[in-house]
Design a protein around this ligand. Structure first.
Ligand code: CA
Length: 228
C-alpha cells in the first residue's frame, strides 16, 4: 500500500507516544507528515503546509478540538479532516462532522484501520465522462462540479462523489454496500453512519424546502436518486 507521491498529512495530537507511532506509520506508507501537539500550532500549520488530510485529536491541551476543526475547515476547505476521539466524545463526533470533519476514528484504534481510513479518504473516484443533467441539476464529473438551477453547489469531496455515484444510476436503487465501496473504500472497517451523514448533508444542499427529497431512502437497502 504505497501512497501517491507528495500527499501531505497534518497530524494534530498531543499524546507523544500515539503521535510518534502515527508519524512513523504514515511516513512509512509514503505520506509527507507534519505533526503538531497543540491546536494553535495545528491551525497555523494547516495554513502554511496546505495538507490534503488532517488527523485531528479532539482532546487537545490548549484549544477545544472542535474549534480547531472549524478553523482548519474554514482555512482549508479542501482538506479532509478525520477526527480522533475517545469513547466518551460521541456527541463531539456529531458536532465535528457538522464542523467540517468527514470521518472519525475512536481511540484506541488499530493502525491498519486508521491507515485504511486515510487511504479511503484520499482516494478520489476516478470519474470522467459526460456531465449529466436532471431536473435543473447538472453533475460534471470531469470538472468535479455540480450546479442546481444555474447555481454552483458548494459540495465537499465526498458529497460530490456520492452525488455523482447516485446519478449514474438515476431512478434506480444503489445499495449501501455499493456506495460505501465506490465512494469510500472496498474494505470498510467502520460503521456506515458516515454514509447517512453525507446523504443528509447532500439533501440539505440539493433539496428544496417543503418538497420531497430528490434522494429516497430505502431502509437498510440503499438510496435512489429520483428522476424529476
Ligand atoms: Ca489528546
Amino acid at each position: 500500500m504505497t501512497a501517491v507521491a507528495e500527499e501531505r498529512i497534518l497530524l494534530v495530537e498531543d499524546d507523544a507516544r500515539i503521535g510518534a507511532n502515527l508519524v512513523r506509520a504514515l511516513e512509512h506508507t509514503g505520506y509527507v507528515v507534519s505533526w503538531t501537539q497543540t491546536g494553535a500550532e495545528g491551525v497555523g500549520n494547516a495554513t502554511t503546509t496546505r495538507p490534503d488530510l488532517v488527523l485531528l485529536d479532539l482532546g487537545l491541551p490548549d484549544m477545544d478540538g472542535l474549534d480547531v476543526c472549524r478553523a482548519i475547515s474554514h482555512s482549508n476547505p479542501d482538506a479532509v479532516i478525520i477526527m480522533l476521539t475517545a469513547r466518551d466524545e460521541e456527541l463531539d463526533v456529531v458536532v465535528g462532522l457538522d464542523a467540517g470533519a468527514v470521518d472519525y476514528v475512536t481511540k484506541p484504534f488499530k493502525l491498519a484501520e486508521l491507515l485504511a481510513r486515510v487511504r479511503a479518504q484520499l482516494r478520489r473516484i476516478p470519474m470522467s465522462g459526460e456531465s449529466r443533467s436532471e431536473g435543473g441539476l447538472i453533475v460534471d464529473p470531469g470538472a468535479r462540479r455540480a450546479s442546481l438551477n444555474g447555481t454552483t453547489l458548494d459540495l465537499r469531496n465526498k458529497e460530490f462523489d456520492l452525488l455523482a455515484r447516485l446519478v449514474v444510476d438515476i431512478g434506480r436503487v444503489v445499495s449501501r454496500e455499493t456506495l460505501m465501496a465506490d465512494v469510500w473504500d472496498e474494505h470498510w472497517f467502520g460503521s456506515t453512519k458516515t454514509l447517512d451523514f453525507h446523504i443528509a448533508a447532500l439533501r440539505r444542499k440539493i433539496d428544496v424546502d417543503g418538497a420531497p427529497s430528490r434522494i429516497t431512502t430505502l431502509r437498510s437497502v440503499g438510496f435512489r436518486f429520483e428522476e424529476s
